[in-house]
Design a protein around this ligand. Structure first.
Ligand SMILES: Nc1ncnc2c1ncn2[C@@H]1O[C@H](COP(=O)(O)OP(=O)(O)O)[C@@H](O)[C@H]1O
Ligand SMILES: O=C(O)C1=C[C@@H](OP(=O)(O)O)[C@@H](O)[C@H](O)C1
Ligand SMILES: [Mg+2]
Length: 168
């Protein structure tokens, strides 16, 4: 029996990248909550934050997650980095599949996101310090929300893929 996987983790942990690769490789449906939100609102995430605010975005996250719980197909679901902040979302994610936390250090994350302009929370900040602070605040949410934790620092992409595949 195929198992759905829900990827959680901080911005830059690889949720979208690995979700796409795995779904293609294993013929699973691929869903990304940020993509679903952008389609719903017909604008990029940065624009939603700017014009409607973060609270509005967080409500959309819960809305799209609820809609996904009604799907019967097995899927790989990549979530936004803040999805774990609401207990309600964690329960919804667990009802969809095995929740896999892609863990990475602030140093690794800042390096991966050094040229990124698509994450509104990082805009105009010292990326390393901001990530270090926000990750410290969110650490327990990720660890408590996860069924499985996969460390991604100093591992190559193929090894990370293999580890996630162990839970399909
Ligand atoms: N394990 C990894 N090794 C190298 N680069 C990575 C890794 N995971 C993610 N990246 C890179 O980091 C950036 C952000 O990845 P992304 O999948 O969008 O993260 P998320 O969806 O978790 O925010 C992308 O450029 C991606 O190629
Ligand atoms: O961590 C967060 O609060 C966010 C993470 C982003 O998704 P990624 O984790 O895919 O970058 C996106 O949902 C939004 O910019 C907010
Ligand atoms: Mg993503």
């Amino acid at each position: 029996m195929k198992n759905s996987i829900v990827l959680i983790g901080f911005m830059g942990s690889g949720k979208t990248t690995f979700g796409k690769i795995l779904s293609e490789r294993h013929h699973y449906q691929f869903m990304d909550t940020d993509d679903l939100i952008m389609k719903k609102e017909n604008m990029p995430i940065t624009e939603i934050f700017k014009t409607k605010g973060e609270d509005y975005f967080r409500q959309l996250e819960t809305d799209v997650l609820k809609e996904l719980t009604h799907k019967n197909d097995k899927m790989i679901l990549s979530t936004g980095g803040g999805m774990i902040l609401k207990q309600e979302n964690v329960a919804l994610m667990k009802s969809i599949g095995t929740v896999v936390y892609l863990k990475a250090s602030p140093h690794t994350l800042a390096n991966r996101l050094k040229n990124d302009t698509t994450r509104p929370l990082l805009k105009g900040k010292n990326k390393f310090l901001f990530i270090k602070d926000l990750l410290a605040k969110r650490k327990d949410y990720y660890e408590k929300g996860a069924d499985v934790i996969i460390k991604t620092d100093e591992k190559n992409i193929q090894d990370i893929l293999k580890e996630i595949e162990g839970y399909l």
